[in-house]
Design a protein around this ligand. Sequence first.
Ligand code: HEC
Ligand code: HEC
Length: 298
Amino acid sequence: MTGKLKNKTMKSIATRITLIVTLAMVTALGVDAQDGKALFTTKCAACHSAGSNKLVGPGLAGVNEKRTQEWLLSWIKDSQAFIKTGDKDANAIFEEFNKIAMIPFTDMSDAEIIAILDYIKGDGGTVATASTTEPVVPVAPIEYAAEDVEMGKQLFTGKKHLTNGGPLCMTCHNVTNNEITPGGLLAKDLTNVYERLGDAGISGILNAPPFPAMTAAYGNNQLTVDEVRQLTAFFKYANQVSKTQTVNSGFSLLAGGGVVGLILILILISILWSNRKKESTKKDIFRRQLKGNDSIES
Ligand code: HEC
Ligand code: HEC
C-alpha cells in the first residue's frame, strides 16, 4: 500500500522534474538563440535605425554611451510611464520628437532588451561609424505617380483587395477625405499621418508593423512593395488636401453599418484578444518556471 503510494509520488515528482527541465531547456535555448539583431529588426527597425539616421524616432547609434542601461530599460519597457516620473532626459527627447509616443515593450525581458542594446553597440554602428551607416529600412520614393495615389486609396478602402489578404485598413483607421467614406476609430486617425511619420516612417511601419494589433492582422499577410508605396502615396495626398476636406466623424462602420459593423468589430477584437492571451499565458508559465533559477536568465 505505502509502496504503491511511494511509487506514485516518485512518478509524479519525476514527471514534474522532466517538465521543469524541458521548460528550462526550451527557455534557455530561447535566450541562446535570441539574437539582438533579429529582435531589433522585428521590434524597433520600423521606427529606428541602428545608425544615426532619423526615421520615426532618433537613430540609436551611441545611445548606450549617452544613457545608462537602467535608463534605457525603463524607457524601452514603457516610455510613457517613465516620462510621467518626471525624468528630465525622457521628457526632453519626447518633446524633441513632437510627442510621438513610442509604444511600450512591457512583454520583453531585460535579457532581450540588453541583446538589442548590444547589437546597437556592436554591428549596429558605434558613434564613430554612425555617419556611414545605411538606413535599416528601405526608404520609399518621394515622388509618387497619380496612379499610386489612386491605387493606395482603393487599397485603403477595400475597393481593391490586398494581394496577400488581411483586414481593410478602414476597419480600424479613419482618413478624412471627401473621396472616401469615413473609417473606423479603433486606431489612430491617419489623415495627417504623413506629416507625422513621413515616407520612411510609414513604409517602415507597413513593412514590419510594430503594433500588436497590426502585427496580428498582417503578420501572415505581408503587404507587397507596391502596396506599401501606393498606401504611402495616398497618405501623402490625404495629408496635402486635408485642410480643404469636410471634417467627418469617422464613425461610418458603427453608425452606417449599425449592428453588422459592431458585430464585425467585436469579432475582430476577440480574435486579436485571444491571440494575445495565448501568448502571454505561455510567457507567464516560462517566467514562473524561471523564478529562483537566475543562472538560466543571465
Ligand atoms: C512606433 C515607433 C517606434 C518603435 C517601434 C520603437 N521606437 Fe524607440 N522611439 C520612438 C520615438 C518617436 C522616439 C523619440 C521619443 C518620443 O517621441 O517618444 C523613440 C526614442 C527611443 C529611445 C531614446 C533615444 C534617446 O536618444 O534617448 C530609445 C533608446 C529607443 N527609442 C529604443 C527603442 C527600441 C530598443 C525599440 C525596439 C524594442 C524601439 N525604440 C521601438 C519610436 C519608436
Ligand atoms: C486591426 C486594426 C488595424 C488594422 C486593420 C490596421 N491598423 Fe494600422 N494601426 C492599428 C493600431 C492599433 C495602431 C497603433 C496606433 C494606435 O494605437 O492607434 C496602428 C498604427 C498604424 C500606423 C502608424 C500611425 C501613427 O501615427 O503612429 C499606420 C501608418 C497604419 N497603422 C497604417 C495602416 C494601414 C495602411 C492599414 C491597412 C493596410 C492598417 N493600418 C490596418 C490598427 C490597425
